[in-house]
Ligand binder design. Structure first.
Ligand code: NAD
Ligand code: TYD
Length: 352
């Protein structure tokens, strides 16, 4: 039995990971620690909440006592750190919380894990690992050519990506200085079930279904490299189990699309299958994001070659599954878009 301390497991990728792991293995125990910010939602975990191998604890990863008590109480083998403030637009208006959670929270986890796992100077219990879930955004922005490799220098631009790059450097420092067993994964944009509708794909699906304007930042020709969330979960599982200590692994499936193509794809599907009244007249070009990165594109050769990972879901299949999931979970969307979301949406989009 391996025990995972999963942080941020009530968020989008974290909840998909918890469900993926508990469905795949009967010999893993998951301790999910989440602060339940606006992005955390226990509704995501309904299907596993009565699983005897699953425990939920509401706590902040910055809280030393709360995290220490989890290490005292459970025999933790792996930390998988998803907990983060994750939205670039929010980081532009309020960077401090990104430093707090993404940088200081990660350092707190590293420190407590290091002390709890130590069995001697620079020596740790057998088989333990700290797994940092990072992003390709730490590499900055690409021109028309080339891809991000693990050796690409870090060049973050937004407060979000700067906080993630900073966290990555602390993880590296704990590996280099204290020999803490670590891995870092850097993944491209994820999409799929349970993604909060502040991010491009669920926001556009929700607005389309609600007959609201579809706000496209700038010319809409910015490119993201889309990965179905379950393929990301598979990669994390493989890196935790088989990743070479101290290494970084990029995760992506060569699914680059300009934003405007994503929006048109959603519109087409909804028009054909759900509501003939929707269409491109709903698209509205609005003021661009400050410092907007133009293109992200991952070179996933290392994780493919060393660990045998490959993405199973093509974008064409994944986007249909995703739209269908939101159509089948209207109540989930209603719940997450009531209250504070309305205020957020007004603030972000009303004068754009
Ligand atoms: P999310 O915003 O959906 O979820 C974040 C979760 O962390 C929420 O449940 C929230 O309650 C929790 N959280 C926030 N602050 C916390 C704190 N101080 N203590 C404890 N819990 C806290 O994010 P996501 O999209 O699921 O991303 C998860 C991780 O993956 C992040 O580290 C993000 O940087 C990384 N990542 C995301 C993407 C993507 O496309 N979404 C791509 C690459 C990497
Ligand atoms: P987002 O989902 O916020 O992810 P990230 O910025 O981390 O890549 O945005 C994806 C792309 O979509 C990005 O280029 C910004 C753009 N975008 C819009 O054009 N309109 C929107 O309303 C949102 C949320 C994003």
């Amino acid at each position: 039995m391996k025990t995972y301390l999963v942080t941020g497991g009530a968020g989008f990728i974290g909840s998909n990971f918890v469900i993926y792991m508990l469905n795949k293995y009967s010999d893993v125990k998951i301790i999910n620690v989440d602060k339940l910010t606006y992005a955390g939602n226990l509704e995501n975990l309904k299907s596993v909440e009565s699983n005897p191998n699953y425990v939920f604890v509401q706590a902040d990863i910055c809280d030393k006592e709360a995290i220490q008590s989890l290490f005292d109480q459970y025999d933790i083998d792996y930390v998988v750190n998803f907990a983060a403030e994750s939205h670039v637009d929010r980081s532009i208006t309020n960077p401090e919380i990104f430093v707090q959670t993404n940088v200081l929270g990660t350092v707190n986890l590293l420190n407590i894990a290091k002390n709890a796992w130590a069995v001697g100077d620079d020596q740790y219990k057998d088989g333990v690992k700290f797994m940092q879930v990072s992003t390709d955004e730490v590499y900055g922005s690409l021109g028309a050519e080339g891809f991000f490799m693990e050796t690409t220098p870090l060049d973050p631009h937004s407060p979000y990506s700067s906080s993630k790059a900073s966290a990555d450097l602390f993880v590296k420092a704990y590996s280099d200085t204290y020999k803490l067993p670590v891995n870092i994964t850097r993944c491209s944009n994820n999409y799929g079930p349970y993604q909060f509708p502040e991010k491009l794909i669920p926001l556009m699906i929700n607005n389309t279904l609600q007959h609201k304007e579809l706000p496209i930042y700038g010319d809409g020709m910015q490119i993201r490299d889309w990965l179905y969330v379950e393929d990301h979960c598979k990669a994390i599982d493989m890196v935790v189990r088989g990743g070479k200590l101290g290494e970084v692994y990029n995760v992506g499936g060569h699914n680059e699309r300009p934003n405007i193509v994503i929006v048109k794809t959603i519109l087409e599907y909804v028009k054909e299958n759900v509501d003939p009244a929707v269409g491109e007249h709903m698209m509205k070009h609005v003021a661009d994001r400050k410092g907007h990165d133009r293109r992200y594109g991952i070179d996933p050769e290392k994780i493919k070659r060393d660990l045998g990972w490959y993405p199973e879901t093509t974008f064409e299949v994944g986007i249909k599954k995703t739209i269908q999931w939101y159509l089948n979970h209207k109540e989930w969307m209603e719940n997450v878009t009531s209250g504070a979301y309305q205020e957020y949406y007004q603030r972000m989009y009303s004068n754009r």
